[in-house]
Ligand binder design. Structure first.
Ligand code: C5P
Length: 270
C-alpha cells in the first residue's frame, strides 16, 4: 500500500529531502496522505447500492479509491459508504459541502465517522468554513485514531464560465477566481483542491508543493470524451501536476471495468 500516490509526490519528496537533507521529511509528508494504492479514483456514478457494490467488488483490488457523489449518496446513504469501505477500498465522498461553518464541521465529522479518505467542500464558503471543516476532520480522526481525510476545496465549478461569474457579481474571469479561491483555501489550512486539467499547471506553480491536486476530465489516449470538453490523458495530467485522477465512464461504463482500470494503469507510469 503506497502512501505517496504518484511520481509527482515522489519527486516532491525527493526535492524536500535534497533541500533539508532529512529523510524523516518523507515520513512526515507521507503521514499526511491517505494510504491509497495508486492515483486512480473511480467515480461510481450509478444510482443504486447494488450497482455500486458490484463495481466496488471488481475495482477495489485495482484502483486507489472509489468516488461517491450526490446521486448515489442521496439514494443509498452512509450505510453504502460503510459497505464500500468494507470492501477494503478507500472512499472519496464528493458531496461539496457549502454551509455555515458549524454545519459543515458537523457534516465533515459525520463523513470521517463513515471512514472516508477524501471529501469535498466549496471554497466559496469562505475562510471560517474551510478552517472549521479541516479542524473537524483532524479532531474527529484523532478521536477515532485514524488518519485525517483530505478535505478538498472546490474552487469554480467547471460548468461556470466568465459570463456566468459576471452574472454572480464576480469579475476578473474564471482563472482569476480559481487562483484567488485556491490561495484562500491553502491559507485556511486545506491540504488539497479539486481542479480541471487545464488549471493544473497554474495551480501547481502558484501553490505550495504539499497541496494535493485532484482532477476529473481524464480520458485514456484514444478514448471518447463523452460530455467532457477539455480532457487530458492520465499521464499528461500527472505531468501537469495532478496527484489524483478521477475517472468515471472510461472505467465504470466499460464492459469489463476491472480490465479497463488495469489497462489505464498499465499505460501510465504509476
Ligand atoms: O465519467 P467521467 O470520467 O467524465 O466522470 C468524472 C467525474 O468527475 C464525475 O463524477 C463528475 O461528476 C466529476 N466531476 C467532473 N468535473 C468537475 C467536477 C467533478 O467531471 N469539474
Amino acid at each position: 500500500m503506497f502512501h505517496a500516490p504518484c511520481v509527482r509526490v515522489q519527486m516532491r519528496l525527493r526535492k524536500m529531502e535534497a533541500l533539508t537533507g532529512d529523510a524523516c521529511c518523507q515520513r512526515t509528508i507521507r503521514a499526511r496522505l491517505p494510504p491509497m494504492r495508486n492515483p486512480i479514483i473511480a467515480a461510481l456514478d450509478v444510482a443504486t447500492a447494488e450497482r455500486a457494490l458490484a463495481l466496488a467488488e471488481q475495482l477495489a483490488p485495482v484502483v486507489g479509491a472509489l468516488k461517491v457523489g450526490k446521486e448515489l449518496f442521496t439514494s443509498e446513504g452512509p450505510g453504502l459508504v460503510r459497505q464500500l469501505r468494507a470492501t477494503g477500498a478507500a472512499v472519496f465522498l464528493d458531496l461539496k459541502f457549502h454551509d455555515i461553518p458549524n454545519t459543515v464541521a458537523r457534516a465533515v465529522e459525520a463523513a470521517v465517522r463513515c471512514g472516508v479518505q477524501m471529501l469535498t467542500i466549496h471554497t466559496s464558503g469562505g475562510t471560517a468554513m474551510m478552517r472549521a471543516a479541516e479542524q473537524a476532520a483532524r479532531t474527529t480522526a484523532d478521536a477515532l485514531g485514524v488518519e485525517a481525510p483530505l478535505v478538498l476545496g472546490v474552487t469554480v465549478l467547471t460548468s461556470l464560465d466568465d459570463a456566468a461569474l459576471d452574472e454572480l457579481g464576480i469579475g476578473g474571469g474564471t482563472a482569476g477566481q480559481v487562483g484567488r479561491l485556491a490561495r484562500l483555501a491553502v491559507n485556511a489550512g486545506l491540504r488539497g483542491l479539486v481542479c480541471s486539467p487545464l488549471e493544473l499547471r497554474m495551480l501547481r506553480a502558484a501553490l505550495p508543493n504539499h497541496v494535493q491536486l485532484v482532477t476529473p476530465g481524464i480520458r485514456p489516449a484514444g478514448a471518447g470524451h463523452d460530455d467532457q470538453r477539455r480532457t487530458m490523458t492520465p499521464q499528461e495530467a500527472l505531468e501537469a501536476g495532478a496527484d489524483w485522477l478521477v475517472i468515471g465512464r472510461p472505467i465504470c461504463a466499460a464492459p469489463d471495468p476491472r480490465a479497463a482500470a488495469q489497462r489505464i494503469l498499465a499505460a501510465g507510469r504509476f
